[in-house]
Design a protein around this ligand. Structure first.
Ligand SMILES: NC(=O)c1ccc[n+]([C@@H]2O[C@H](COP(=O)([O-])OP(=O)(O)OC[C@H]3O[C@@H](n4cnc5c(N)ncnc54)[C@H](O)[C@@H]3O)[C@@H](O)[C@H]2O)c1
Length: 315
């Protein structure tokens, strides 16, 4: 298949591109390589992808649609993973979330409609659930976004539903829960923690380490996407939780990391009202549809991530 992967220099887009290249698909990667976090991560991922003959790359800003139609033709499926991530940054710079998560999303929907794309997968987020007392959160739970970032993801799901209803576009929203792994995002908890250790800096641990997160290993997430790509789904509008369904506290993660590395100096901090206290998704629906059941143990995933982090050579 000929597949467009937006955000292919990003963490999830990179791993998905690697997986689908190994399955002999033709991949067109697209990314604007913005500097929200250290661009050396994006350049490193891209340099690995560019070694594959079935991979081609376009540096484009999706919020400006003008170039898409000329440069990208005959696409079977889109995985739209490009976005401005990060809950905290959305309070500092809300407009960039509208540009990268709303305007870009409409452009991709229009592109998919006009080019008769068969399926559009797109990234949503566990943050759409916000705080709740009902766990594990099911796909049909009431949504309660706590940040502009989370709101943009709720809007993406709403717009996707309209494009399914009015134009028959097959859409598959993927609500990712704290995806971690090799070449991960340096703005997320795990990489910040490893970075503090490497640079001998203090590490700020919010909510005294009591946040619980449904950590999901990247290789499990991309395997699920690969299976979903092959499935004939009954509905044209789909939403799936992509999670291991095993929430653990940040303190527990730190105690597992103690098996492999020393601790940086930890500064205990209060909670932040933008953060959900706990994420714990119900993954029965995606397990039923894909048959994927063997999620990687957190200890194994963390060990792989730590090894990769300390071996990694960025410019
Ligand atoms: N990693 C997680 O745990 C997680 C959890 C929930 C949701 N998500 C969602 O999954 C998707 C992928 O996340 P990630 O962790 O790989 O993030 P990432 O930041 O590593 O990747 C996103 C990529 O999109 C690119 N991008 C942003 N705006 C663009 C634009 N206008 N045009 C072209 N490219 C643009 C960025 O340069 C970046 O490389 C995002 O939509 C994110 O919101 C991720």
């Amino acid at each position: 298949m000929k597949i467009l992967i937006t955000g292919s220099a990003g963490f999830i887009g990179f791993h998905l591109s690697m997986k689908l290249l190994s399955e002999n698909h033709k991949i067109i990667g697209l990314d604007d390589l913005n500097s929200y976090y250290n661009t050396n991560y994006k350049k490193k991922r891209l340099s690995i992808l560019k070694k594959f003959k079935n991979f081609s790359f376009l540096k484009e800003d999706l919020s400006k649609e003008k170039n898409l139609y000329e440069k990208i033709k005959n696409i079977d499926v889109i995985f739209h993973l490009a976005a401005q991530p990060g809950v905290r940054y959305s309070i500092i710079n809300p407009k960039v979330y509208i540009k990268n998560n709303i305007n870009s999303f409409i452009n991709i929907l229009e592109f998919a409609r006009n080019q008769n794309v068969k399926k559009l997968f797109y990234a949503s987020s566990s943050s759409v659930y916000g705080n709740t007392n009902k766990f594990p959160t099911k796909e049909n739970n009431k949504l309660n976004p706590l940040s502009i970032y989370a709101s943009t993801k709720v809007h993406n799901e709403e717009y996707a539903k309209q494009y399914t209803n009015h134009y028959g576009l097959k859409t598959i929203g993927l609500r990712f829960f704290t995806v971690y792994g090799e070449l991960g995002r340096p703005d997320m908890f795990l990489y910040k923690y490893l970075g503090s250790l490497k640079k001998k800096q203090k590490f700020n641990l919010n909510f005294n380490g009591n946040y619980k997160r449904d950590f999901t290993y990247i290789k499990d997430a991309v395997e699920i996407m690969n299976i979903l790509l092959k499935k004939k789904l009954k509905s044209n509008y789909n939403i799936f939780n992509i999670c291991s369904s095993k929430p653990v506290s940040l303190n527990k993660v730190i105690s597992i990391l103690d098996n492999f590395i020393k601790r940086p100096k930890i500064i205990y901090k209060n909670k932040n009202n933008l953060d959900s206290l706990k994420t714990y998704g119900d993954n029965r629906l995606v397990k039923k549809i894909t048959g994927f059941k063997k999620f990687t143990l957190l200890k194994t995933g963390l060990q792989n991530t730590v090894k990769n982090y300390f071996e990694l050579k960025l410019k």
